[in-house]
Ligand binder design. Structure first.
Ligand code: SAM
Length: 279
């Protein structure tokens, strides 16, 4: 009997019954693995850490993409940093206003593996509006000014090449890569398992934007479930004026009620984030 010991931290592991090992390789950056599991179906792992599963990926990808894309009044140009599995790209391309999506991924082999083994997620790579740039996202955002309406940071945990995707300089450069109505969203880890890290990331983003709000979703394959995202705005008044989704396209998790509810935080997270989270 084969099991995946999915490490959450140095002190917590969750075991998944594996049906089949589909693919394994070592790229220049990381070990890439695709496996089939009983409860979550096909999974993508990087260095042994779960990135996504076909069973629950819609929750994470819809919440990372649609919350900021419905806050921006007319998103046309979108930048995705990381996101090599294609799930965030797929959701972004559902917005009819979106004319161009640039996806900057450091490891081409993640995209190749996803195209081959995770077709449910990676179909967007064939869309003519999608342009893939194989490059370090940290360098890329440092060179772009005022070019994007929305930036989505679809990073793995802050380890290896991804550490800088959670840095103050990176968030400042991302702000400058946005236009005047710019909106940024980032995955910001688990506030239950890694409260100190979530607070650090939140403070770093807040320091670069006039408004930053944390929102959450339950993603069963991640850690102990509760996952956080940050939404940062150059124009704070846009926060309340999100466009209400009205059946423009199909979603399985996101809707207008979930959009509003996701920003309602439990007391233990509000306490962690401090006064500015309550204002
Ligand atoms: N949803 C996932 C999660 O939170 O577990 C992350 C999705 S995606 C697979 C993350 C991608 O970011 C990986 O494919 C990785 O290669 C890429 N990545 C890591 N560091 C990067 C960097 N500095 N620039 C661009 N992409 C990077």
């Amino acid at each position: 009997m084969q099991w995946l010991d999915a490490r959450d931290s140095d002190t917590l592991m969750i075991r998944h019954r594996v049906v089949n090992s589909v693919h394994k390789e070592r790229s220049a950056y990381q070990e890439i693995e695709v496996i089939d599991t009983v409860d979550f179906g096909r999974m993508l792992l990087l260095d042994g850490i779960i990135q996504t599963s076909v069973r629950d990926e819609f929750i994470y990808h819809e919440m990372l993409a649609h919350v900021p894309l419905f806050v921006h009044p007319n998103p046309k140009r979108v930048l995705i940093i990381g996101g090599g599995d294609g799930g965030t790209l797929r959701e972004t391309l559902k917005h009819p206003s979106v004319e161009e999506v640039h996806l900057v991924e450091i490891d081409e082999r993640v995209i190749d593996a996803s195209r081959k083994y995770l077709p449910e997620l990676s179909g967007g790579f064939d869309d003519p509006r999608a342009k893939v740039v194989i490059r370090d996202g940290i360098e890329y955002v440092a060179e772009v000014k005022g070019a994007y309406d929305v930036i989505l940071i679809d990073a793995p945990d802050p380890e290896g090449a991804a550490v800088g995707l959670f840095s103050t300089d990176f968030y400042a450069n991302a702000r400058d890569a946005l236009g005047d109505d710019g909106v940024l969203a980032a995955q910001t880890e688990s506030p239950f398992i890694d409260p100190k890290l979530v607070k650090e990331i939140y403070d770093r983003i807040w320091a670069q934007f006039p408004l930053c709000r944390l929102y959450t979703a339950h993603v069963p394959s991640y850690s102990v479930g509760i996952w956080s995202f940050a939404l940062a705005l150059k124009r704070p008044e846009m926060f309340e004026r999100y466009r209400r989704a009205g059946g423009e396209f199909k979603t399985r998790y996101y809707n207008s009620e979930i959009h509003a509810a996701a920003f309602a935080l439990p007391e233990y997270i509000l306490e962690l984030l401090g006064d500015k989270a309550r204002a």
